[in-house]
Design a protein around this ligand. Sequence first.
Ligand code: NDP
Length: 337
Amino acid sequence: MTDRTSLDVHLVSRPDGEPTPANFRVVESAVREPGEGDVVVANRFISVDPYMRGRMRDRKSYVPPFQLNETMQGGAVGEVVESNSPDLPVGTNVVHGLGWRQYAVLPAAQTQPVAEADVPLSANLGVLGMTGQTAYVGLFTIAEMKEGDTVFVSGAAGAVGSVVAQMARNRGARAVIGSAGSAEKVAFLTEELGVDAAFNYRDGSPTDLLADAAPNGIDVYFDNVGGDHLEAAIHALRPFGRVALCGMIAQYNATDPVPGPANLMFAVGKRLRMQGFIVSDHNDIRPAFLREAGQWLAEGKLRHDETVVEGIENAPQAFIDMLAGANTGKMVVSVSP
Ligand code: NDP
């Protein structure tokens, strides 16, 4: 019998434009009894991700919307503290999809083991988790980055972007160019991550800033931002360039329809290829990703950068702040009960 209680985060109203703390409520609930084959997981870290903004809208998408007055869901990593499954003994650390709460009760079969690499637990949400896999799939499977390519990645100081920048360098990019929203992040990219050139997109037009950073053009664009960044990349791409459409965070809080890139016609003459993707369609690549990323980590060629916010009660603000750029690397919330 569990007499545990959990602090859970509910969505109580749908944001109109930028989310505010009033859209969320932290609620104490009794942790339900685990059924046959279930485990109780004490979450240690939960993930706050841009895609969750889409789930706050009441519309059909590739993931269903969050329901009002219910606990939201999302990536989490934690420790099994009670088990009705012989496969998952108490004390095992697992990754699963019931974040935004301190305790999760779910079938053992719906959890994944943590990575074997010698990394902090939270890295299972970051460089070795969905974040790292997104970077790997987008760069290598979708954009088919090859040795000698010049690669531009937007949102480059964020979770996915910072991993893309490092992976491109590790696979022999001729040059890696990144954009981010502050001088500190630009310094992080050039001084810490070894990016060849970086710009602060608030300093001018991304088209001009990218043209300065990559005077000979680019071969691959990894798009995390959309909007004026995608337009800048279309200008800079060389013939037969490839674009991995990963996300378009510049428009997630938009309340009106957003215009497309004004120069899309260039995609015809330049024979560009642009492809969207969703990481969860590519779980077949996970073993290869873990092998190569694990090796890079061991060799010191891949870093795990994160911004950690303490306390489940601060998770809504962490999400709001992540959308506004408060994070460098992966934003996670430490939620230990
Ligand atoms: P990040 O860690 O990159 O956090 C979001 C960042 O976006 C902020 O730190 C901020 O950095 C930047 N940002 C916010 N608003 C703007 C804007 N208007 N213009 C430019 N930059 C902005 O998040 P993730 O790495 O988790 O996600 C990055 C992208 O990848 C998102 O678009 C997300 O939706 C997408 N994604 C897609 C997946 C897929 O399967 N297709 C899976 C996972 C993520 P700054 O200070 O630089 O502005």
